[in-house]
Design a protein around this ligand. Structure first.
Ligand SMILES: [Zn+2]
Length: 163
């Protein structure tokens, strides 16, 4: 087995219409600043996956100065990373992730985020846990300046590699 952890942060723009989190569009009065779609949760999961397999980080695989990834769908980046991990002989077992945001309230989106993220990882939703918390108004997340996400992933040898 292999384990990996990931962490990501994106700042809110002054104005906007919403942002994508865990592959789900969340309407809000601000957007997240990013080269890609700014899906902070999927970026943390992608980094955890790359970490578990020992393949560096998301910035190495999808550089933010590369026009190919401008406005990129982070679900596609994660799906591509799952494929890279499989080629390296590893597949995901389960994920546990935490989103830290003072606002907006995320509770009603968790179930859909979980299902979308699980689908991208080719896993059943029950092994992809997503939690949301605030930082009790402390720090940059508490002041509503941005959103942070943490993820841990467990990997096992891919079926292909077991033959
Ligand atoms: Zn990111």
């Amino acid at each position: 087995m292999r384990i990996g952890q990931g962490f990501d942060v994106h700042s809110f723009s002054a104005a906007g219409e919403g942002f994508t989190l865990g592959g789900v569009w969340i309407p809000y009065e601000r957007s997240l600043e990013a080269h890609s779609d700014g899906d902070v949760l999927l970026h943390a999961v992608t980094d955890a996956l790359l970490g578990a397999v020992g393949l560096g980080d998301i910035g190495h695989h999808f550089p933010d100065d590369d026009p190919r990834w401008k406005g990129a769908d982070s679900s596609e980046l994660l799906a591509s990373t799952v494929m890279t991990a499989r080629e390296a002989g590893w597949q995901p077992v389960n994920v546990d992730a935490t989103v830290i945001a003072q606002a907006p309230k995320l509770a009603c989106y968790i179930s859909e985020m979980r299902q979308r993220t699980a689908k991208t990882l080719e896993l059943p939703a029950e092994v992809v846990n997503i939690k949301a918390t605030t930082s009790e108004r402390l720090g940059f997340t508490g002041r509503g300046e941005g959103i942070a996400a943490l993820a841990v992933i467990l990997m096992e040898p891919a079926i292909k590699a077991q033959r």
